[in-house]
Design a protein around this ligand. Structure first.
Ligand code: UDP
Length: 367
């Protein structure tokens, strides 16, 4: 059976890598990898790390691409690919434009789609924009829903998805993390061993504009008030982020701004960190498994499990809140320990095994 695995951005490549690796070990599966390359460079370094070479590469990325143009260009390419590849199933991961568009094209071609990381919801179609709509659309069109948690399964049931189409698998991000931590990881950035490290990432579209300025202002205050703490922020290349980050944080001696880190160095940075400030989805999932407290620079999250367990806290983009909560975790060791317990609500490292088993069972039944 030909299984076409699609990746468009860095987090998709990270979370699809364990599925691709496991499928490649299956005799019944002819695995093909399609890179839409919605984000070019960030995607390539992940594929290199996991030893994945895309069979088809659309190289779709253009400077300042709008979401509509991206969608249209992707759709135009997919007819030909499906005709040439004739996949028996297509796997997509997450909530990007690639995921939504590929799911739609599969629907038109009557090709069954498996949605990896299904059922994440904020229940607000506009927020996060555009991710919530992307995953709702993909979820409505998918045949197999690989839900990372029981909560995401419940979300799908609430939307009327039949129970027998849902498998609770855990999130493949933990499979990837375990694969990575078996290798030797080096950060590659000099951090004073005597200083605590606060790792920052922020580039979510919903924070562009005023919220991101507030975040940068809070970071500036924190860096000035805590000269003995080192800050590290791998900055996303999007000009909405990069220009503002350098404007507010560029000149501070204890604030290191760098290019996005490759996956392995980034994991090393998370392991080295005392605390992580982020609006990333994947980092919210990885950090608890590494025992690192996370302050989420958003007002809501589609990943409530770690928040409920008290190891991740939503602080929003309000400058005062960010400063106050970060300062508390720097000063109050009991509060810090409570959040640094090291639990993994998003998976046990066997998600890809369960996904592949579900596909195997399906095709065996059909044979
Ligand atoms: N990541 C990385 N380098 C960085 C920042 C993040 O490799 O400089 C990894 C991180 O480990 C996580 C993923 O990228 O697995 C998160 O990607 P991102 O925040 O772009 O997207 P999201 O998770 O919000 O969809």
């Amino acid at each position: 059976k030909t299984i076409l695995c699609v990746v468009g951005t860095r987090p998709e490549a990270i979370k699809m890598a364990p599925v691709i690796e496991r499928l490649k070990g299956e005799q019944w599966a002819n695995v093909r990898v399609l890179a839409t390359a919605q984000h070019r460079h960030l995607l390539d370094q992940v594929n290199q790390f996991f030893g994945i070479e895309p069979d088809i590469d659309l190289n779709i990325m253009q400077p300042n691409q709008s979401l509509t143009t991206l969608t249209a260009r992707l759709l135009l390419n997919l007819d030909e690919i499906f005709q040439a590849e004739k996949p028996d199933a297509v796997l997509v991961q997450g909530d990007t434009t690639t995921v939504m568009t590929v799911a739609l094209a599969c629907f038109y071609h009557k090709i069954p789609v498996g949605h990896v990381e299904a059922g994440l919801r904020t229940w607000d179609m506009q927020n996060p924009f555009p991710e919530e709509a992307n995953r709702v659309i993909a979820g409505n069109l998918a045949k197999w829903h690989f839900a990372p948690t029981e909560g995401s399964r419940q979300n799908l049931l609430r939307e009327g998805i039949p129970d027998d189409e849902i498998t609770v698998t855990g999130n493949t991000v933990i499979d990837a993390l375990l694969m990575a931590t078996q290798k030797e990881l080096t950060l590659g950035v000099e951090i004073d061993p005597g200083k605590r490290l606060i790792l920052v990432t922020s580039h979510r579209r919903e924070n562009f504009g005023a919220p991101f300025r507030n975040i940068c202002q809070a970071l500036q205050i924190l860096a000035k008030n805590n000269p003995n703490v080192q800050f590290l922020y791998p900055v996303h290349p999007n000009p909405n982020i990069k220009n503002v980050a350098y404007e507010y944080l560029g000149g501070l001696s204890n604030f290191l701004l760098c290019e996005p880190l490759d996956y392995a160095p980034f994991i090393a940075a998370m392991k080295r960190a005392y605390l992580i400030l982020t609006d990333s989805g994947g980092v919210q999932e990885e950090a608890p498994a590494l025992g690192k407290p996370v302050l989420v620079l958003r007002d809501e999250t589609e990943r409530p499990e770690a928040v409920e367990q008290g190891v991740v806290k939503l602080v929003g983009s309000n400058c005062r809140n960010i400063v106050e909560y970060t300062q508390r975790l720097l000063n109050d060791s009991a509060a810090y320990r409570q959040m640094a317990r090291g639990i993994s609500p998003y998976g046990d490292g066997r998600a890809s095994e369960r996904i592949v088993q579900t596909l195997h069972d399906h095709f065996k039944q059909c044979a």
